[in-house]
Write a protein that binds this ligand. Structure first.
Ligand code: FAD
Length: 397
């Protein structure tokens, strides 16, 4: 049978290999991962693993029994499509089908790469390095009040650290949520005993301190940079695989790349969404589960026979004792509808376009999320009166 090579052994790479076997792929499967560790899950890294409540988060997959040839510590370095060869640090690997699943790399602050005490949080090694610093309960500065920054601040407070979060924009989650929603999340930092500095930029980091653009210095035994991630696609330069402006592999509606028999999944790939009318780059766990299933089905069923990939993106975060979930994709122009009091313990926000639910944010309301996600999938109009009343389930009009 044909031989599939998967580059990258994170969530998306592992799920690709497993889904191929589940769908009945009989050819060889080679799974290459740059990291030395058995493949593991990332969400626990900023939660249980960071607090020492869990050692690791290895996937519960028996690769040998699935006849998946897992090769660790092997990095893809280039691609020669004409010869169907993947170049790696262990030499060239021949493929019939290649699935690119190399994920994303954290964005760092310029000039801080070699400064001691500066951390990012992407890998198990990152989490293991940071863990004793939190356990020592000292001064932690998190840079960026995004999803990772909020979770790091949560863990650091739980570990008894003094925590300051430095955010360049005027509010947390500025890239993801509008001001009128995110404003209510700013208070969570303070309630948890963390300080949130908005409109503040880090200009330099010297050992033991962070200097801000207003000249002030913050003591910092650890600086955790959480300012986003970029698709890990540099190794594809010159291969002919088309990249989008954000650095992601520009996949098509079935997650094929511009090069024949090369596919892309997870954090490294963007895809055109007919549902949302734009190309999406999704850096969330559920996308690294669903995309691989679509690719596996397409590979098993053959050209144009498999499903198109057009999911309702889903994401969760655990921050400051709250369970935050988001489904769908909203645009600035969409109408915002509150469901419950945002100063209370649990509430949701719906985004509508022409009465149809497009996105939903749920804080401590998992049932809203489940119902909302279905309604977004169906593309049906929402019953507004019910939607504004948190005591009744969300329903179609
Ligand atoms: P990755 O997980 O990045 O895996 C890619 C793998 O490929 C890596 O192991 C990397 O070492 C390897 N690799 C890279 N380049 C090469 C190469 N050239 N050759 C070979 N191997 C290579 N999402 C949620 O929905 N909810 C959460 O609560 C949540 N929490 C998170 C917490 C943290 C700390 C992080 C970092 C992410 C979190 N996410 C969360 C996001 C989620 O984990 C990612 O979307 C998911 O891991 C993406 O999977 P992936 O396989 O595409 O990429």
């Amino acid at each position: 049978g044909r031989r599939v090579v998967v580059a990258g052994a994170g969530m998306a790479g592992v799920q690709t290999a497993v889904a191929l076997r589940e769908q009945g792929w009989t050819g060889a499967i080679v799974l290459l991962g740059a990291e030395p560790h058995p493949p593991y899950d990332r969400p626990p890294l900023s939660k249980a693993v960071l607090l020492g409540k869990a050692e690791g988060a290895a996937f519960d997959v028996d690769f040998a029994s699935l006849d998946i040839d897992l090769r660790l510590g092997v990095e893809a370095t280039g691609l020669r499509p004409a010869e169907r060869l993947l170049d790696t640090t262990a030499g060239p690997v021949a493929y019939d089908v290649l699935v690119v699943a190399t994920g994303a790399d954290p964005v760092t602050l310029p000039g801080t790469a070699d400064v001691p005490g500066v951390y990012v949080l992407r890998t198990l090694d990152d989490a293991v390095r940071l863990r004793p610093v939190l356990a020592a309960g000292r001064d932690v500065v998190a840079v960026g009040a995004g999803w990772i920054g909020a979770e790091v601040a949560t863990a650091a407070r739980e570990a008894g650290c003094r925590v300051t979060v430095v955010e360049a924009s005027g509010r947390p989650l500025a890239g993801a949520l509008p001001a009128e929603v995110a404003a209510h999340m700013a208070g969570w930092y303070e309630q948890a005993g963390a300080r949130l500095l908005t409109h503040a930029k880090v200009t330099s980091v010297a050992e033991g301190a962070v200097v801000l653009d207003d000249g002030s210095r913050l003591p910092a035994d650890a600086v955790v940079v959480g300012v986003g991630a970029r698709p890990a696609t540099g190794w594809l330069a010159g291969s002919g695989v088309e990249l989008a402006a954000d650095g992601s592999v520009a996949a098509d509606e079935r997650l094929r790349t511009s090069v024949p028999d090369v596919w892309a999944v997870g954090d490294c790939a963007s895809f055109p969404s007919a549902r949302f009318g734009r190309r999406l780059l999704v850096h969330h766990w559920d996308n690294a589960l669903q995309g691989p299933r679509t690719v596996a089905q397409n590979l098993v069923l053959g050209p144009e026979e498999g499903p198109v990939y057009d999911p309702v993106p889903y994401f969760w975060s655990e921050q400051f004792g709250r369970f935050v979930q988001y489904a769908g994709h909203h645009a600035d122009a969409d109408e915002l509808l509150w469901r419950g009091d945002p100063e209370g313990a649990s509430w949701s926000v719906c985004w509508l376009r022409s009465g149809v639910l497009r996105g939903l944010l749920a804080v401590g309301r998992p049932r809203d999320l489940a119902q909302g996600r279905r309604l977004i999938e169906q593309g049906t109009a929402l019953d507004r009166t019910r939607a504004a009343d948190p005591s009744v389930p969300l329903k179609a009009a």
